[in-house]
Design a binder for this molecule. Structure first.
Ligand code: GNR
Ligand code: NI
Length: 170
């Protein structure tokens, strides 16, 4: 087991497009386990491989209150999206302490491979639906702040760079 460092916005590596996983082998299972450990340690509800500088289509999610219902999505694809939309506050482990409203599909159906390489489909609503969409954006190099106005995004970028400088000095 190992914890990964999490890339922070505006790190340009967060804009890398991940490639599909070819085979779900022990290397991928180790990646999944380390991502789960990292997500739980950071108290996030989801984590995309992009955020730990691994550019393969792997996501882990746990939106349960008990933090013991991991959802592993390898090579996820959305096969259905509700017309109904939902606006809710989002945060991101790569943009700590920033929360803002993002509009997403209220419900989605995702098809993916699990930790054993078996294909499955899952319908999600609420926070799990939001999280699936948020994590799938990471895999194509998109961070939620890109849905905000240029004004807000620039302010967030400056705040993050200032904080990184302060942390480097400390
Ligand atoms: O921990 C997280 N919380 C969260 C809250 C609302 C909407 C999306 C998220 S995902 C985030 C973890 C993260 O950054 N995943 O990429
Ligand atoms: Ni995120």
């Amino acid at each position: 087991m190992a914890l990964f460092p999490i890339l922070r916005y505006p790190d340009p590596r967060l804009h890398t497009v991940a490639r599909p996983v070819e085979t779900v082998d022990d290397r991928i299972r180790q990646l999944v386990d380390d991502m789960l450990e990292t997500m739980y340690a950071a108290e996030g509800v989801g984590l995309a491989a992009t955020q730990v500088d691994v550019h393969e289509r792997v996501i882990v999610i746990d939106t349960s209150d008990t933090r013991d219902h991991p959802l592993v999505l390898i090579n996820p694809e959305l096969i259905a999206r509700s017309e109904e939309m939902h606006v809710g506050d989002e945060g991101c482990l790569s943009v700590p302490q920033v929360y803002d409203r993002v509009r997403r599909h209220a419900r989605v159906v995702v098809r993916a491979l699990d930790r054993d390489g078996q294909v499955f489909e899952r319908e999600a609503a609420g926070l799990t639906s939001v999280c699936i969409q948020h994590e799938m954006d990471h895999l194509v190099g998109k961070v939620f702040v890109e849905y905000l106005s240029a004004f807000k995004r620039d302010r967030i970028r400056s705040r993050m760079l200032k904080r990184a400088r302060e942390e480097a000095r400390a």
